[in-house]
Design a protein around this ligand. Sequence first.
Ligand code: PSZ
Length: 295
Amino acid sequence: MIYFKNGEFLEEQQMNLSVNDRGYAFGDGVYEVIKVYDGVLYTAQEHLERLIESAEKIRMPLPYTIEQLTNIAQKLLTENQLSVGHIYLQVTRGVAPRAHQFPESDIPPVIIGYTVVNPRPVEHLKMGTAMKSVEDMRWLRCDIKSLNLLGNVLAKQEAIEHSCQEALFVRDGLVREGSASNVFGIKDGILHTHPANNFILNGITRRVVLQIAKDLAIPVVEKEFTLAEALAMDEFFFTSTNAEITPVITIDGKQIGEGVPGPLTRKLQSAFDGQIPMLVSAGNAKERESNGTAS
Ligand code: PSZ
């Protein structure tokens, strides 16, 4: 597999990352995960814009333009012949003797990238999954896609130890997001989600879902709701680059709606699939099969 590091495409053993990298010492950096479907980057522009925004928010200059970053991502996926999976990009403030404050002299950031083969979670997409509510102990800048993920790590682990796929962060009694996803509820035909502020990451998949809802004339309310309100939703789902639109059928062991992925969730999933050529052709193949006309 080919990796990227500061302008070079290298084998893993050539990567030579430093113990004094501020990402390693402090999690002082930002990252992105960009999905690849059938060898094609999906919403790369949006992810790379967010990478630049995250870097600005932590006062870290990025030495690459969106165009250069796109070329890096493209070369990585081509070199590694990635079909379905994602590109991981990470930028840290660079290498300097360990001290909390920024290094005094300007040091170059360390940017790395690699590809991951990652099939779509088809079973979860179809059958739905379980969430567990967890107290949100993270800092107050969840809008930054920072490498500091301890709160997310602990929450996800707690969910898994309770046989749930994903954690549901609750802060001040209000549902915020998943440990690595945004969340949506549907009640009486209205789509509810947390507003894009400092308490959540404004997910790219979240934005896609809101655009789809607009296109389908599904009413949307971007306003906080409580855990009790979440439990009383007719439908619930979480979204992320890899999880796409994953239906949630239980929260804390309590059934949501009918306990199966709901009709509006299905409709949003179909519209999402409709945007991705690979998924459209897979859907067509499935249809031909069920019509008995598969070639
Ligand atoms: O591989 C995975 O499970 C992924 S890929 C991206 C994520 C997980 N998570 C992104 C994320 C997040 O970490 C938090 C805290 N909130 C929301 C999201 C969703 O963001 P997008 O839709 O941009 O991936």
